[in-house]
Design a protein around this ligand. Structure first.
Ligand code: CS2
Ligand code: MG
Length: 403
């Protein structure tokens, strides 16, 4: 079998997705996700100008060799753009191999290790009462794990907490970045109150999670971890910026609060220290940003040695294609933890017919050959690329800060 064409499709059924279609001379094709939220066009150019010409005529079955060719061969290794481009190709190649084998992808990854994949969904609100209502509503819909975020009184709603300015996108996504305001001293005392109210109202038979979005310093995160201990959170996510990994040691010295990080990591090298020193409990890499099925599997296998569990990043900007790959990996690996799942717009589902399915808090990969996700190119044409960015954040005095 030979690769004859590589198409890169950009469409915005509610938010932008970059999708790769690898076509072969035997009629089989595979689909991959290469979306980097807010930097989509950079991956498109990387794929069209620098990757596709090198792969035409190659055997699509040599997945590991092509992964190494694109990773080592670029010389400029790692980074979100390179690894998303590799991911797009890698997912498509696994799709082709599993279709050729007439097997669902998880069978090629060693078969099932579990019967279903537990997900968590998000609840945000302008005040604690609104979040409590939202969590109760999701409990009624069958969710066993829920992430809870609340706006800070006296500050405008920020990313992940308030009502979305773009419902279709599920986030505050604008043509140019909006600017938000952050104040740690107002946030820190509020979060324990949120989780106290949640435990009082929804009880202890539910996993509660919280995302800090990299906004704290290590000692601030340590304080928050200690304050949250009575409420037994499933995890505290992205407590500090992920670059300075020694910071996690400071948090660990002060709290038994489980820690999760990794949505912006691209390779095993980004999380090697955190995993091997057991400074985290959940590694949140995802197929599209960590080099596809091949990259994800390498990281999770490494993590399993250190009792670190998986938790694939799965917001709306991780397309249904990457979600499908995540679910196949989730169901196969021994160290699965949880899968983030925000759900998608109807238009997104129309554009990506898929075999995976969601029901009452759990996902299934489906039994279709391949990863089971396709792209309807006619539908994609109806939703052209629309420039969109994540917000930036400033302190109350105007200093730019992490969000
Ligand atoms: C978030 C994401 O899902 C999460 O945990 O942190 O919303 C993240 O901010 C976006 O995926 C960035 O593109
Ligand atoms: Mg997050």
């Amino acid at each position: 079998m030979k690769i004859t064409d590589i198409k890169v499709i950009v469409a915005s059924p509610g938010r932008n997705f970059v999708t790769v279609k690898v076509v072969t001379d035997e009629g089989l094709y595979g689909i991959g996700d290469a979306t980097v939220n807010g930097r989509e066009k950079a991956v498109v150019a990387y794929l069209q100008d620098h990757v596709a010409p090198c792969l035409i005529g190659r055997d699509p079955g040599r997945i590991e060799d092509i992964w190494q060719y694109l990773y080592k061969g670029a010389y400029w290794r790692r980074g979100p753009i390179t690894m998303a481009a590799i991911a797009g190709i890698d997912m498509a190649l696994w799709d082709i191999k599993a279709k050729a084998a007439i097997m669902p992808l998880y069978q090629l990854l060693g078969g099932r290790s579990r019967e279903r994949v537990m997900v968590y969904k998000h609840v945000g609100g302008l005040d604690i009462a609104e979040v409590v209502d939202g969590v109760q509503a999701l409990r009624e819909q069958g969710l066993d794990a829920i992430r809870a975020q609340v706006s800070i009184p006296g500050l405008p709603p920020i990313y992940g907490t308030g009502p979305s300015t773009d419902q279709a996108a599920g986030g505050m996504v604008q043509a140019l970045p909006t600017e938000e305001v952050w104040a740690t001293h107002k946030y820190l005392p509020l979060v324990p109150k949120l989780f106290e109210a949640l435990r009082d109202n929804v009880g202890w038979d539910v996993h509660l999670l919280h995302d800090v979005h990299h906004r704290l310093t290590p000692i601030e995160a340590a304080r928050l971890g200690k304050d949250l201990e009575p409420f037994r959170l499933f995890w505290l996510e992205d407590a500090i910026p992920a670059e300075l990994q020694d910071g996690f040691r400071i948090i660990r010295q002060h709290t038994t609060q489980p820690l999760a990080v990794g949505e912006i990591f691209n390779t095993v090298w980004d999380c090697q220290q955190l995993i091997s020193e057991q400074l985290i409990d959940y590694i949140r890499v995802t197929s599209v940003h960590a080099g596809g099925v091949t990259g994800l599997k390498k990281i999770f296998d490494f993590a399993s040695i250190y009792h670190v569990r998986s938790a694939c990043h799965g917001p709306m900007d991780v397309s249904p294609v990457a979600m499908g790959c995540n679910i196949h990996v989730d169901v196969a690996i021994p160290n699965f933890g949880i899968q983030e799942y925000s759900g998608y717009t109807e238009a997104t589902h129309d554009m990506f017919p898929c075999a995976w399915s969601y029901e009452r808090g759990y996902l299934q990969p489906g039994e279709a050959p391949g990863h089971g996700v396709d792209i309807d190119e006619a539908v994609a044409e109806k939703y052209p690329y629309a420039p969109a960015y994540l917000p930036v954040a400033r302190l109350e005095d105007g200093t730019l800060t992490s969000w």
